[in-house]
Design a protein around this ligand. Sequence first.
Ligand code: SAM
Length: 315
Amino acid sequence: MYSENRTDDAKRFMKAWMSDCIAHFVPRLYVRLTAQTGRGGAEESVQQIADYFRKCFYEYFQMLNIAPDGIPGFLKNKRILEYGPGNITGIGLLMYAYGAEQVICVDRFPLVSMTQKNIDVLHDLMDKLSGEQRCRAEQAFNKVGDPASGFTSHSIKYRVQKSGLSGLVKDVDVIFSRAVLEHVNDLDATFSDMYNALRDTGIAIHQVDLKSHGLHRKNPLDFLTWPSRAWSLMYGHKGVPNRWRVDKYRQVIAKKGFQVTTLSPTTLAEEADMRAVRPYLATPFRGISDADLSWLGFWLVINKAETQSAHHSRS
Ligand SMILES: C[S@@+](CC[C@H](N)C(=O)[O-])C[C@H]1O[C@@H](n2cnc3c(N)ncnc32)[C@H](O)[C@@H]1O
């Protein structure tokens, strides 16, 4: 393992292991103590959070080559699944406002909370819409136009599952997530869930962040040098990065029988950083090519088209 200070690393291990025990045995307490939002630790204003959701929403359609005025036509009557919305189902509200029939959000952790700040964010998202979209956003709530009353069950459903999986079968047309797949504990199971949940003409779009999420020491890639067992003891129940690189995603996608429309990197690592960690990489990453090691994030668009043959096992 790459290390510049063994004592610091031992302390880091002990601290992380103890907090992982809290996350394992009392997950709600862990979520409360760490005040997780899903968007990192930075203090954000209502406006900044709402802007983040609007940006993410439009980026999904840019990646799908759908112009803003084509969004309502695309979403009309579509059923949508989002993995890991964080603490506000803001993108879900926008998807519904723009025409989706229903949005189902599934998370492994119970992060969504209706605090006044989160209600204000939903207000901001709704208030900046107009016409048909504004009207639909208002109708998404139990009391029309009042986010504090909660979402109606036919607009946005929020489910917390220990597995993080939807369990749906051929039920949705579009699946999306942002900064989630790098957190899932069983990538294989999540892609199976996606395959099962999608209707035959469905598509899935994900943005994946392969950076360390603040868990590196000096070199941005040195978190890949902790042995798997140590990493799992430190972080296995907190939903922090599973560390899988893009090569693993390619394998899982191919195994499930998805067809890839887009797989493109968003950020690349420095060559010097890769060279410094290469001799110390943990076992699962030893055989990785330099090209794949360099990917620190990517966009992925996949679909089920032409892959309906019976020989694919989805379990
Ligand atoms: C970094 S946050 C991203 C939140 C949100 N998508 C955003 O962009 O603000 C990761 C989210 O994934 C969720 N998550 C972690 N493991 C998961 C799993 N196995 N299945 C579904 N969601 C999971 C977390 O609880 C959290 O909501």
